[in-house]
Write a protein that binds this ligand. Structure first.
Ligand code: HEM
Length: 378
């Protein structure tokens, strides 16, 4: 069967200019990926440090765990932005892919709600001494496992959406009397595992950048009495030392997964397109950007300004990655769903509403981050 027959080609006009859709899809995903990284890899690290770390590790672990409910709220809400634009311009490929794997896809909600409760329980437990200590720990680890599974489901969904050629096989293996049973997963796709691991490597780096930002800007030491100044300096020294090690691990992880992804799973046609000028910039930049950020973390000097720069640099690392994967997605989909050739039927009213709500939403996030500042050091 020709997979292109599975994509309905009748279209109604896209309600926003294509450049607008692409821009906010990439920006939205970058804004989602920043906090998402902190519950993807950061939560695991915080749990390990809080239970087994030294005095400073326990303090950072406790801080991140207390901040986590706000971080998840921010990240989940920001996930809606790319979702909106996926549904606006990629609906003909997004819905069939997520119908093929409907049960795992729906399971995201069933996993997310208890995971959210789990981190609330941990954060609440931290504020309430030893109450429910064991339950708190179990809840924290279960939440971390659920977030990792959710990330895996997202990687399945996004890779399946981009690889229409996988649908025929998955549909015939997971259907009853021609109706999709919704039980498919895209695990046979060569891009899935390196793509999933690549995101995790980025998440390790982002956690390191957050550690510095938190220590220098969100009062990693502020809740410590002035008399314990020496402890503050020790904490800062530990934070920089640990961030360097963590970023280095994230960088090596990213380099290994990224090489596997590009050289071991891309088709020769995709590689040829992405390595040709000017797209080659979007193949090279995401590869070198984490290296530049690593230089900043390791050799920039231990100052507030460098901590802020490293945090912003990490945002850029995620942004170039998001931009690159957008082009890869469009190239993979081109034979079946060419997003650039879709007719536009621009609806200015909803566009203006989106922009207003987006700006208000960012303002609310600013307020939420201000609440993080008020977290007591654990
Ligand atoms: C329910 C709230 C969430 C929404 C609406 C949401 C939305 C999205 C969207 C739309 C994308 C694709 C962006 C694009 O390709 O342009 C995405 C990617 C991703 N999300 Fe979320 N997300 C949510 C929660 C989560 C959670 C809880 C995790 C757990 C770790 C997560 C992990 C990921 C990962 C790993 C990717 C990248 C997958 C890949 O392309 O390989 N998301 N998310």
């Amino acid at each position: 069967m020709d997979p292109s027959t599975l994509v309905e080609q009748a279209v109604s006009g896209v309600p926003a200019p294509i450049w607008f859709v692409q821009f906010f899809k990439v920006l939205g995903f970058t804004l989602h990926a920043m906090p998402m990284s902190l519950w993807y890899a950061g939560l695991l690290i915080a749990l390990v440090l809080h239970l087994r770390g030294n005095e400073h590790g326990r303090r950072f672990g406790g801080r991140l765990l207390q901040q986590m409910p706000v971080i998840v709220a921010i990240g989940v809400n920001l996930g809606i932005v790319p979702l909106l634009f996926v549904q606006t311009a990629y609906y003909k490929v997004f819905y069939p892919a997520t119908i093929l794997m409907a049960w795992p896809w729906l399971a995201i909600i069933a996993l997310l709600i208890p995971a959210y409760y789990g981190i609330y329980l941990y954060a609440w437990g931290l504020k309430n001494g030893e109450k429910l200590a064991r339950l708190r720990v179990v809840a924290g680890w279960c939440a971390a496992a659920m977030f990792i599974v959710i990330g895996f489901i997202f990687a399945n969904g996004m890779s399946l959406m981009g690889h229409v050629d996988r649908w025929v096989e998955l549909w015939s293996d997971n259907s009853v009397a021609g109706a999709a049973s919704g039980t498919a997963l895209n695990i046979g796709d060569a891009t899935l595992w390196p793509r999933w691991l690549l995101m995790f490597g980025l998440a390790l780096q982002t956690t390191a950048a957050w550690l510095l930002f938190d220590a220098e800007w969100l009062g990693g030491m502020a809740a410590v009495p002035a008399a314990a100044k020496q402890l503050d300096d020790n904490y800062r020294r530990w934070a920089w030392g640990f961030a360097k090690k963590l970023y280095t691990v994230g960088l090596i992880w990213f380099a290994a997964a990224g090489s596997w992804y590009v050289f071991g799973s891309w088709t020769p046609e995709l590689r040829e397109s992405m390595f040709a000028w000017p797209l080659v910039l979007l193949a090279v930049l995401p590869a070198i950007a984490p290296g530049l950020s690593w230089l900043l973390v390791c050799f920039g000097g231990r100052t507030k300004a460098i901590a802020l720069l490293a945090f912003l640099a990490q945002f850029c690392v995620l942004a170039v990655n998001a931009l690159s994967r957008q082009f890869v997605q469009n190239l993979n989909l081109k034979p079946y769903w060419d997003v650039y050739s879709l007719p536009e039927d621009i609806q200015w009213g909803p566009l203006a509403m989106f922009l207003i709500v987006f700006v208000i939403g960012l303002g609310v996030i600013g307020w939420m981050v201000a609440q993080i500042r008020k977290c007591d050091s654990a």
